[in-house]
Ligand binder design. Sequence first.
Ligand code: MG
Ligand code: MG
Length: 270
Amino acid sequence: MIHYKTDEEIEKIRRSCLLVSQTHAHIARMLRPGVTGKQIDREAETLIRDHGAIPAFKGYQGTFPGTLCVSVNEVVVHGFPTDEPFREGDVVSVDCGVLWDGFYGDSAYTFMIGEVAEETRRLLEVTRESLWRGIAQAQPGARIGDIGFAIQDYAERQNGFGVVRELVGHGIGRNLHEPPEVPNYGKKGRGTVIREGLVIAIEPMINLGTRHVRQLSDGWTVITRDRKPSAHFEHTIAVRANGPEPLSDHRLIEAEVAENKELSEMSAKS
Ligand code: MG
Ligand code: MG
C-alpha cells in the first residue's frame, strides 16, 4: 500500500535528503586519484553519525558492508567500498541513504575522476538529463509509467544507451524502500496514478553499451555484462499540488565539483 506523506513528513524526509546531499558534497571535496572507496565511506559514516543520523545502507539486509555504495566504471550499483584507489578516467557512482528522525533520504551522484572518455562524459550527462525528464513527469494525475517512459525515451531511443531493467526507483519514507516501484522504462499512461503527497526516489541506471547486467557472487555488486561503464543519478522527490519538488539537492555537490580541480565538471544545468 502506498503511504502518501503529510507536509510534516515531507519536511523530515527533506532533512534526511539534505544530509545525504551534504555527505555527497563532502565527498566531492575529497575525491581525487589515489583516494579509495573505503576512505570516502569512513568520512561519510562519521559525518552522518555526527549529525545524529544513521547510515541507511550499512548492514542492509544484514549484509551490505558500507555506508555508501561505491560503484566504479562497469559497476552499475551496489558496489562495496574497497581499498582500490580511484584512477584518472574513472567514473564513480556514489549512492547514499540516511535514516534521521524516523525518515529516510536517498540520493546518488556519479563523479568523473580527472579527464574521462568523451562518450563516458556524454553517458553521465544523458543519465542526469533523463533523471530530470523523469522528475518532470511526476505531476498529480500522471502515472508512474510516464516517468519510466520519459527516462527510457531519452536515454535509449534518443541517445542509444542501455536502460537497466533489473533495478528500479521506489517509494521512500519510514522505509528505505516502499511501494510503488518506479521503473526507468515503461509506457505512457500505465501504472499507478501519481497523487499529491507521493514521495519517491527516481534513479535511472544507464549503461554506455547494452542494458544487460549481472550480479557478482558477493550477492550485491551489479556490473554491466559487456563491462562498459554505467552511470547512476538519483533524487528523492515529493509530489506537490503544483508538481514535483526535489528533496535532495545536487547543486550542493556540483558547487564542490566546480572547486575541485581533480574532478571533471558536467555541463551546467542541474
Ligand atoms: Mg540510492
Ligand atoms: Mg534508491
